[in-house]
Ligand binder design. Structure first.
Ligand code: MLT
Ligand code: ZN
Length: 463
């Protein structure tokens, strides 16, 4: 009698932690999308690069599909295991391995949380500047796999800009050491950058060398209420010209209603359709006066109707909570999410068209918008009414997403700004990437993962 794959794996790696209980399979087989029914073969927890490499080699020989797994906070189904895959949790590989003060780099294992990376950088008087609300649960491996963005992109860029080196295991179990922390390296194709944003379809991150930066200057946080959508980009242009922005985020009155119901504190009275949370360098009285002057100018122009400046760290955190708490406040409703981007210059025209499209296509459905407007990135969250069944709701949202994808294409935008393609958006990839690009992407996949065992079905769909 031949062994089952799980029994064979147990014999091959007796040290490997391997879970197969139904509750564990369910927990590790899904991400924040909660749309697919988890159905993994088992959950493996390699504790070293060698164990990971051996695991991939075995999967390659046995043609067992793998789903790399970090904090599973993803919103595109990139970490879902619904087809008998082996989930490879990097949870046990969660340590800081090295800090180099001269290079200003931190070497970490992939399962470390973003929050722990922030703390480790802070201990050395530096920062790792990529930041977003899931910081406490998401892992750096997942951030790299999706090229995560977040609330500081306007100042610091995406995860892609902060990776100095990567160790990855390819679909055939080779260990590649990419870029080795070099600042300058003009020696041909940069596989490090190819791996970033590849959603675990080309390789599994085994180790990452992160760049660190000086802490930002002291800052102030301001909440603004806006009378209409047209004012958003007017205020952004004014503030960007007059202040040194660290963040510029927006949300609607719908988003505010949910976040207040979830325990956040109202900071501005009255009803206003749009809000902006912005953070900017405010090192001295001159900088703080400049911020007040910008606010007053926006008020005079009629672009803002009210505003408040945080007077303490606690108040700043309370203002940020109004923006950062939105995802959590909507989570129980399992929203259908679009995460789109256009160039900043295209935002006004795109917003105008998008608003008309959503009003037309979702007449009876609540749509909650928010996002990183200073980066041209909008999150559209569609909430299922109780009267509509799950399947009918998804069908309607997919119909609207096709229309949205066509609108994005006309504006040169992207169907996924920062959440990744995963399972959720793979049908719309062609709206953002040309047929020639997708063919090349499939070719690249074949090179790094010839047997198609790495996160099959994600990003490019089934081959
Ligand atoms: C955010 O900006 O808060 C995240 O991308 C999460 C989300 O879109 O729900
Ligand atoms: Zn976001």
């Amino acid at each position: 009698m031949t062994d089952s794959p799980v029994a064979e794996l147990r014999r091959r790696q007796p040290e490997l932690r391997l879970l197969t209980e139904p509750a564990e399979l369910e927990h590790y087989g899904r991400d924040w999308t909660r749309r697919w029914t988890p159905n993994p073969l088992a959950i493996a927890f390699p504790a070293s690069v060698e164990a990971l490499q051996d695991l991939v080699r075995w999967c390659c020989q046995r043609r067992v599909a793998m789903v790399p797994s970090g904090g599973r906070t993803g919103l595109s189904g990139g970490a879902v295991a619904a087809n008998g895959e082996l989930v490879v949790s990097l949870e046990r590989m969660n340590r800081v391995l090295d800090f180099d003060a001269v290079d200003r780099t931190l070497v970490v294992q992939p399962g470390i949380t973003l929050h722990a990376v922030h703390e480790a950088a802070r201990e050395h008087g530096l920062i790792y500047p990529v930041d977003f609300a899931a910081r406490g649960s998401c892992s750096i491996g997942g951030n790299i796999a999706t090229n995560a963005g977040g609330i500081r992109v306007i100042r610091y860029g995406n995860t892609r800009d902060w990776i100095a080196g990567l160790k990855v295991v390819t679909g055939q179990g080779e260990l590649l050491e990419l870029n080795r922390g070099l600042i300058k390296n003009s020696s041909g194709y940069d596989f490090r950058q190819l791996m970033i944003g590849s959603e675990g379809t080309l390789g599994i991150v085994a180790e990452a060398t992160l760049k660190l930066a000086d802490p930002p200057l002291p800052s102030q946080v301001m909440l603004l209420a806006l009378p209409d959508m047209g004012a958003l980009m007017q205020v952004f242009s004014l503030f960007r010209a007059r202040l040194s922005l660290q963040a510029f985020e927006f949300f609607t009155d719908h988003a505010l209603r949910h976040v207040l119901a979830h325990g956040a504190q109202r900071a501005i009275d009255g009803d206003h359709p749009y809000y902006v949370v912005t953070e900017f360098d405010a090192v001295d009285e001159v900088a703080r006066d400049a911020a007040l002057a910008a606010f007053e100018q926006a008020l005079e122009q009629g672009w803002v109707s009210d505003g408040v400046i945080a007077q303490s760290d606690a108040q700043a955190a309370a203002l940020w909570r109004l923006r950062e708490g939105i995802t959590e406040s909507l989570a129980a409703r399992r929203p259908y999410k679009n995460d789109v981007s256009v160039r900043i210059s295209a935002v006004p025209a795109f917003l105008h068209e998008m608003q008309a499209l959503l009003a037309r296509e979702y007449p009876q459905i609540e749509v909650v918008w928010f996002g990183h407007i200073g980066d041209g990135n909008l999150h559209i969250n569609v909430l299922r009414p109780e009267s509509l069944g799950e399947d009918a709701f998804i069908a309607q949202c997919e119909h609207v997403t096709r229309l949205l994808a066509a609108t994005l294409q006309r504006h040169g935008g992207s169907i996924s700004a920062e959440h990744g393609i995963g399972l959720v958006k793979r049908a719309y990839l062609e709206s953002t990437r040309s047929a020639a690009e997708i063919l090349l992407m499939r070719g690249v996949k074949q090179v790094f993962d010839p047997h198609g065992i790495l996160n099959p079905g994600k990003l490019l769909g089934d081959a």
